[in-house]
Write a new protein. Structure first.
Length: 253
């Protein structure tokens, strides 16, 4: 009896789980830059991304140049959601929109399914408003949606999920066909969290507790010493841009 209940529970979980696919680029990729010497690292990042997904009935790592349809034709079930990750290099929101339009939206329409895209590369959400405007203009069925997550700034990719120190280094933003209410992440999630040297002076946006949009910058914290002088702390953090500018104007470091 217990075994039967266990098998029923296991089947029930898998029946409503997702198809999870992680894409990576090669040097001749249509979308996302790739270098031959880094392909092994992209695949490692994809393996880590799949490990971070907890509702996958099927998992696959696929070159972004290859069509996803042969794989999905054999495996997708009715009413299943598709989650697609990307590990590699990216350039901008403009490239993201081209990718969504060419590769993702046709899949949604063919399978009449919802898709979530998690682009872990650099600058996929460099211009979140343009991505959201594109998403709101897509004609899809009311039963489906397309949600996108990507970094507003230079990214450390999948490695932020594996790092304790830089867990919130990638300042993300979101796009969703269902609306723009949660386009920017909550400020409290990223404020004063570690960022990296190659993100220094990069700027992204977040939403405070009132829903107002604020700008965050990757910068050293400016600390006042007991003698009244100021110094820069070595570790960089996501700080409110207006506060950093104000302190820089007021003090000489």
């Amino acid at each position: 009896m217990k075994l039967s209940l266990f098998l029923f529970a296991l089947f029930s979980i898998s029946a409503f789980a997702d198809i999870c696919i992680c894409q990576y680029p090669k040097e001749n990729s249509r979308f996302g830059g790739g270098y031959s010497g880094e392909i092994g690292f992209y695949k490692m990042g994809c393996a880590a991304w799949l490990l971070s997904e907890t509702q996958c009935r099927k998992e696959k790592i696929i070159d972004i140049n290859l069509s996803l349809e042969p794989y999905l034709n054999e495996r997708i079930r009715s009413n299943e959601k598709i989650r697609i990750g990307f590990v590699g290099h990216w350039s901008s929101s403009r490239e993201l929109v081209r990718y969504l339009d060419a590769d993702i939206v046709p899949l949604m329409k063919k399978y009449n399914t919802s898709i979530e895209v998690d682009n872990t590369a650099c600058s996929g959400m460099s211009d979140p408003e343009s991505v959201q405007a594109y998403l709101e203009g897509i004609e899809i069925s009311d039963e489906t949606y397309l949600r996108v997550e990507a970094s507003q700034v230079t990214s450390i990719g999948m490695w932020d999920k594996l790092s304790i120190s830089f867990r919130k280094a990638d300042l993300v933003a979101f796009g969703d066909t269902r609306g723009s209410d949660n386009m920017y992440p909550k400020c409290e999630i990223f404020y004063k969290k570690r960022c990296t040297g190659f993100q220094h002076w990069e700027i992204g946006k977040c939403a405070d507790t009132n829903g107002d949009v604020k700008e965050l910058v990757c910068h050293e914290t400016i600390k006042q010493k007991r003698d009244g002088s100021y110094k820069l702390k070595k570790k960089k953090r996501w700080l409110y841009l207006e506060n950093v500018y104000k302190l820089i104007r007021e003090v000489k470091i």
